[in-house]
Design a binder for this molecule. Sequence first.
Ligand code: BGC
Length: 724
Amino acid sequence: MSLRTPAVFVSCALLLAAPAAARHAWDDTSLSADARANLVLKAMKQDEKLSLVFGYFGSPKPDKNFVPPAESRMGSAGYVPGIPRLGIPPQWITDAGMGVATQRDSADSFRERTALPAGIAVAATFNPDIARAGGAMIGSESRASGFNVLLGGGVDLLREPRSGRNFEYAGEDPLLAGTIVGASVQGIQSQGVISTVKHWALNDQETGRHIYSTDMDDAAAHMSDFLAFELALEKGQPGSVMCSYNKVRSLYACESDYLLNQVLKSRFKYPGYVMSDWGAVYSTERAALAGLDQQSAGIFDDQPWFGKPLKQAIQNHKVPQSRLDDMARRILRSIFTVGLYDRPITDAKIDFEANKKVAQAAAEESIVLLKNKNNVLPIARTAKRILIIGGHADRGIISGGGSSTVFPAGGIAVPGLDVKGWYGPIVYIPSSPMAALMGHLPQTPFKYLDGSDAAAAAKEAAKSDVVLVFATQWSTEDVDHPMNLDGNQDELIRTVAAANPNTVVVVESGNPIFMPWADQVAGIVEAWFPGSGGGEAIARVLLGEVDASGRLPATFPASLDQFPQPTLPGAGLKDPFVINYPEGAAVGYKWFDKKNLKPLFPFGYGLSYTQFAYSDLGAAVVDGKLTVHFTVKNVGSRAGKDAPQIYVSPKNGGWEAPKRLAGWSKVSLAPGASIAVTLTVDPRLLSVHDGKGWKLSEGPFVVSLGASSADIKESVEASGALSR
Ligand code: BGC
C-alpha cells in the first residue's frame, strides 16, 4: 500500500469487532467502566482472557521467521487480538509521543504522518493547552491510521543531560513534566485512543538501559521522577503505563513488585493496565505477580512469557486465577474508559495541512531565544544579504531517532543519512527554515552554504548583513551522546562569528548542549526538534512575526564538572551496573541551586522580543491551600508571551534543594496590557515524602516570583495551616 496518501485501514476484524446495538449487557454506556469490564470478564473464556494479555509485533522483525498476524497493521509496534464474539476490539498499537511512527524495517509500509515538535519542545512552551492540542492532533492521526493505542506520554525526568531520549520527555521538573505530559495524554485520549505514560520508572539514561539498576531511595524517587508520573497519571488518566527496560533496586522494572504493585497500583491507585516495553520481560510468574498486565510484542523477549507459560502457571497455581482476571479487567476497563469499545476506529482522511498548523503553533511557542545582543533579532526586514549556513536548513529540520521517529508527510528531506543501529535513519522533515524565510522576504537575496568549509563560510559571512548558522544535534533512543555539537560545528560557528559579530546560531537539538562559542555570537535560538511545521515556525520567530516565548524546561550546564556524574555511568560495560544518582531528588536546577553552580542557561529562562514587569506578589493560605497572586505587565512596545514562574521553599530549609517550581502561567499580552494571575500550589510541592507518604513541611514558606530559576524578581512569606 502506498503510504504517501492517507491510509484507509478498515479490516474485516474491525467490522466484526464493532459492537452491534445493545447486543451485550456491557453495551450500556450508563454503567461505569468498571461495571462494564466486570460484565465482560464474567462472559469470557480462559483463552480469551489469556489472549488479551499477550501482544504481537506488527512487523516481520526482529526474527525473520516471525510472521505478524494478518490482522496487525504492517510496520506497527504492536497488536493484541480482539474478541469478536464479545465485541472487544483488537488493540492496534503504534508509537509514539510525536506522532504516528513506522517501524523502519517495513520499507514497503512507511506511514507518512505529521510530527509534533519533540516532547522537550512541547514542555518548553510551558503551555498545557498547546500540549493538549498536539495530543489531540496525533491522536486523530493515530485513529485515522487504524491505531487505537498510541505509545506516547514519555515523562522520565531529564536528570542526565546526555540521555538520548531527553527529546521524547518533558524536561527536568516534575510539576512541569507531569502537567505537560498529562495534557498531551488528555489530548490523545480525547480521540478515543489509549495513551501510555512511559517508561516507568527511573529510565533516565540510555547507556546500558537493559542492564543497569537504579537504586534510588524511595523518598528521593517520590520527590522527583515518581512525582512527574503521579501528576501525569492524575491529569492524563492514561489507559496504560509502560514499564521500562532498566532495573530498579536490582529487579527489572516489569517484574518489580515495588514499582508496579506497591507504588503504581497501591500508592497511586492506578486503575489501568501495565504493558511492558518491547523486550523488557524476563519471567512469567515474577512479572505476573509483580503486577505486569500485558506482555507487549512477545517476540522481543526470550519467551512468550504471558502466552503458554502463563496458561500453565495458572493451571499449576503458580499464578492465581485472580491475577489473570485482574489483568484482563484492567485492560478492558481502559478499553471502556477511553472509548475503544464505543468509538470503533473508522477510516478517515488526514488533513495534513491543518495538522501541520497544529505542529507549527506548538513549535512557535517552544522556540527559546537564549541570547539577543543588540537586538540582532528579529531580523531586520531591510537586511540586504542573508547568509544561511549548515544544518540542511535549505531542505528541512532534523528530528530524533528510535521508535518515536515519525516519517514525515512529504518524504524525508535529506535522504541517505543512515546510521549504524536499528534507530536510524536520521530523518529531516521537509520544512525548510530557509525556504520559509525566503517566502517572507521575497525581495531579499539569500545564500546557502552547507558549512563543510568553515573558511569559505567565514568569507561569505563577512560580506553579509545577517548570518544564521543552523547547528543540529541528532539524538536517539538506545544511545547517549556527548554534550558538544557533532563534527566541525563548534569550530564552524567560531570561525563564522569571528568574521561577522552579528552571527545568530539556531540550534536544533533534543537536549541541552554545550555552547563554547556563546560569548562570540550575537544571537542564540534553541529550536529543538521542531516537527512538521518547524521551518515556518523558526522563520516566524526569527522575523518576529510571533514573539519568542519558549522557556527552558531544563538547565543548560556550562561544563561537565557541573554534572552530578561527570562521567556517564556504564559506558562500555556489558555487565549489570548500578546508577546511584547522587543528586537524588535534586534534579536539574535544584542541583545547580544547591551546589551554587552557574549554568550556561538556567531552567525557566528565555528572552522575549518585548519586556515584562512583575508586581503585586502576594501569598496566603486560603482554605488550607497556599494561594499565590501576582500581576504581569507587558511594558515593551510589542505583543508578547511570558511564563512567569513561582518557586517555593520553607524558610527554615530542610528540602532536597533550596527551592522548587510550584506553578507558572503562560500569558499573552498586548503592549501596555497587564493580567492578574492566581495560582494554587499543590500540597505535595510543600511536602517531603518520607517513603510512606507526603508530610507537609513546616512554614513559613518563601514564595518567589521569577523569570527563571536564576532570576527571582520578588519574594514574600506565607504561613498558615496547610492541609493536603
Ligand atoms: C521503546 C518504547 C517503544 C517501543 C515500541 C521500545 O524500544 O523503548 O518507547 O514504545 O520500543 O516501539
